[in-house]
Write a protein that binds this ligand. Sequence first.
Ligand SMILES: NC(=O)c1ccc[n+]([C@@H]2O[C@H](COP(=O)([O-])OP(=O)(O)OC[C@H]3O[C@@H](n4cnc5c(N)ncnc54)[C@H](O)[C@@H]3O)[C@@H](O)[C@H]2O)c1
Length: 387
Amino acid sequence: MNKRKIRFGIIGCGLMGREFAVASARWPALLDLDVKPEIVGICDLNESLFDWYLDNFDSIKIATTDYHELLASKDIEFIYCAVPHNLHEKFYIDIIKAGKHLLGEKPFGIDLNANKKILEAIEENPDVFVRCSSEFPFYPGAHKIQKFIEQNPWGKIIHVNASFLHSSDINYDKPINWKRMIEMNGEYGCMGDLGMHALHIPIRAGWIPKTVYASLSNIVTERPDGKGNIVPCETWDNAILQCVVEHPQDKYDFPMTIKTYRIAPGETDTWSIEILGTKFSARFSTKYPKTLQTMKYENGGKQEWCSEDLGYDSVYKTITGGIFEFGFTDAILQMWAALLDEFSNPGKEMPYGCIRPDETRIQHKILTAALESHKNKKIVELKTIDG
Ligand SMILES: NC(=O)c1ccc[n+]([C@@H]2O[C@H](COP(=O)([O-])OP(=O)(O)OC[C@H]3O[C@@H](n4cnc5c(N)ncnc54)[C@H](O)[C@@H]3O)[C@@H](O)[C@H]2O)c1
């Protein structure tokens, strides 16, 4: 198969920029795709990051501190932009207006207003393909849960729990960085960092909260600045959103809890989803990355959870043996496969697509409702959130 090359520029060469670069280098692992990415340009203010890219990717022709150079390049058709949240609005809008396709990072604008402006730019440039990154639904166990959601086997949903838990912020000695500063990370704090991940499957399922009640905590209120000083750390560390959702088809209400914790003792990047139903329940957590748990129940019958090791049953087929294990970098590769599959096959029914811009708007409304709920200590109806 002669694969079409899609030439990429990366803006923001930090943690996530490198993950994408490595996913592009692992592309031969994927079977059956008619496209492949090639990294042609990189941009970051921190030039010391360039050597790693230039040493590993011969295809790079432009390395710059000014992202406009990538936008002006005819060699680049797609941009992956992974920069701090305060830059999303300007950078994403400039990319879209330059006619480049975009995979942006969450939360896709520092707040609801920034998100609104990005979405307006997308509307004004309908030929530009735009998606937001979120890789966890591409774990085999998470994908099986999406398939269950389509079949609606729950009986009545009793409760949905979706969470994303980190723990390294429990270390009071950890120096502050932009993700712990309101001006760069945003008022949402941990929710802006982790919320889109926890909400991707619920939003795609149509499980949009009617109401939100939020409890937000700032546990570590100051941190070292890495230069010998202690400075305020004002972002929310942990958030619990208690939501009421109307089942989109069956029209009954059920509770949904969204937890995003930066301080969950012992957890490292634990993403999970659990749906408890009267007839069928299912759960998956990246803590047990190959295992899917399900329980079927009939009145009077036994209540037995069943564990199944799924192996490497990926959404997009790869050279990797089915008995092997799946991990974070595999999920990133699968997400990129989904992005380019959807981009190069418009209208194709996707196994599971990356987050759409309209879904980022729903995320922003939920997180804005959470801020209002916590501030005023009240339940907030999502329909009262402007935007
Ligand atoms: N999908 C995921 O799992 C995931 C994980 C972590 C972060 N993220 C998201 O990715 C984005 C970036 O996060 P990160 O962890 O990679 O951060 P990072 O700090 O590691 O990288 C951001 C990079 O942006 C660069 N930058 C800052 N200002 C710039 C400018 N004006 N021009 C060019 N480059 C500039 C910085 O120098 C830095 O190298 C955020 O939106 C974050 O929420 C996503």
